[in-house]
Design a protein around this ligand. Sequence first.
Ligand code: ADP
Length: 295
Amino acid sequence: RIAVFGSVNMDLVAYVATAPGSGQTVTGTEFRQVPGGKGANQAIAAARAGGDVTFLGAVGDDAFGTQLRSTLVESGIEVSGLRTEAGASGVAHIVVEGDGSNSIIVIPGANGRVATVGEHDVQRIAGSAALLLQLELPLPAVTAAARAGREVGVPTVLTPAPVQELPDELLDEVDLMVANQHEAAAIAGGSDPLRALDSLLERVPEVVITLGADGAVHGRRGADPVRVPARPVAAVDTTAAGDTFCGALAVARAEGQPAEAALRFASEAAALSVQRHGASLSMPERAEIDNARKR
Ligand code: ADP
């Protein structure tokens, strides 16, 4: 089983030629409401990739909360650790312009009210093959979860997004960091991915840096880095490519696949997702990943 302790949001996406300036009203072309949040995205990616997933987090007691809970349940995710908190669910207000650029306002809602991990959460984490963490819940809660994971012997996987200063208190409890090149550069300083890998390995024992269309690189203390290329595909929407990669990677590792095979599995899943629109809607099922790998 894979445990995810993280955020869940309703993404409210407005498509418009040019985003309005302050005081302006413009007419857009389309509106979509899509479940999101990095925690939920990683959970859905892992479940679609064939993982047995339990989700720990919080929604509000509003209509979005009900819809978000149903989405997770319909994805086959175990939600006994998903709390319903009084007040609003997390929302991401996204404006996508004609050239594909976007601007996003995240209102954490119930995610922001997750203060720590409870005994009930620790029971769900115990016995899992991995605990997936991101930084869209309050840092003290993420740190408490990582510590709890360590205490019950479950490897913790951290995606350091949205990128921020990371205290040693948290990094000391992390077994694997999965970062994109921007996050890796921001944390390690400098822009060369192999250098960033080395510098991150001084803080955590194992690191994967994703490099967009250039694939991904894996490093472990005391071993040579392994680089896996991305499949050349026509990308139409790379939103949540990293979350798809991370969820699929966790599944492959939980199955005991060796590092390079797990990386290839994750790359294949991410390459499938970027060829379709919609973050969580675009994530591939296990059969698709297996078929693509045979090609
Ligand atoms: P993020 O989504 O966090 O910004 P990346 O852009 O590094 O992360 O993408 C994560 C993974 O998704 C990459 O390692 C790669 O496997 C896959 N991917 C992303 N963009 C493409 C692309 N244009 N073509 C093929 N695979 C891609």
